[in-house]
Design a protein. Structure first.
Ligand SMILES: C[S@@+](CC[C@H](N)C(=O)[O-])C[C@H]1O[C@@H](n2cnc3c(N)ncnc32)[C@H](O)[C@@H]1O
Length: 231
């Protein structure tokens, strides 16, 4: 799959997230009108994480979804991994998830070792999303689940036009006031525009080997949750 992040090198993507890290959570909440937490909570519930299972939240950033996973299933082991040290070190410490600095394309886990892999707003940023999905498939045991939470396509035409205007005009302007790296939000708008729609991402998940691939729209399709299972 071609990646919107292909316009940047992996080092460039990491440096960009290192720069946005100081105000990342605030910018997310303001620019999504407070919906980002609910999106991650839905993603955590979609994993159906059970007691005793191990979940890895890839490209975990500041740990929003990682914490949501630990909250929906306190009896599970929850790990978060990201290659931006500046993002990971802002993930709250203390009891709960454990965090590591690592590359999504070379996960430091053996084959068939995890029950759940999640990724929220991260797949689009990988230099090779297909390789990322293959890597998720490799580390999941048979019966393991992947949940991808990613920007997608609004389904209602009128809403879709308004959303396009928001992405192109409002978001970059608002980001100038809110973010520590406004240019990153121009990249965000471009990368959302060139990302596959719901059916396109489902096809790609199937192509790398996931079974029972399904998706559910959130906020009218601004975000989609895709779920797949390892046979
Ligand atoms: C938009 S943020 C999402 C963070 C978090 N999952 C959330 O929901 O807020 C994307 C994250 O992907 C991480 N990332 C991008 N490419 C990566 C890679 N190859 N390996 C690990 N993390 C990566 C970035 O460092 C960044 O923290």
């Amino acid at each position: 799959m071609s990646s919107p992040a292909a316009e940047r090198t992996a080092d460039g993507v990491r440096a960009m997230f290192d720069r946005v890290a100081p105000r990342y959570d605030l910018a997310n909440t303001l620019l999504s009108f407070g919906q980002d937490r609910a999106w991650r909570q839905s993603a955590a519930r979609a994993t159906r994480l059970a007691p005793g299972e191990t979940a890895l939240d890839v490209a975990c950033g500041t740990g929003g979804l990682t914490r949501a996973l630990a909250k929906v299933q306190p009896g599970a082991t929850v790990l978060g991994a990201d290659f931006s040290l500046e993002m990971v070190r802002r993930a709250p410490d203390g009891a709960g998830p454990m965090y590591l600095v690592g590359d999504a394309l070379e996960l430091p886990f053996p084959d068939d070792s995890l029950d759940v892999v999640t990724i929220a707003f991260g797949l689009r940023n990988l230099p090779d999303p297909d390789q990322g999905m293959r890597e998720f498939h490799r580390v999941l045991r048979p019966g393991g689940r992947v949940v991808v939470c990613e920007f997608s396509r609004p389904t209602a035409p009128v809403f879709s036009q308004a959303y396009d205007r928001y992405l192109v005009r409002v978001l970059p302007t608002a980001a100038k006031w809110i973010s520590s790296d406004p240019e990153a939000y121009q990249y965000l708008a471009r990368s959302i525009g060139s990302w596959p729609d719901q059916a396109g991402l489902a096809r790609r998940l199937r192509r790398v080997g996931f079974n029972q691939v399904q998706w559910r729209d959130l906020s009218g399709g601004i975000v989609a949750l895709h779920r797949g299972v390892v046979a």
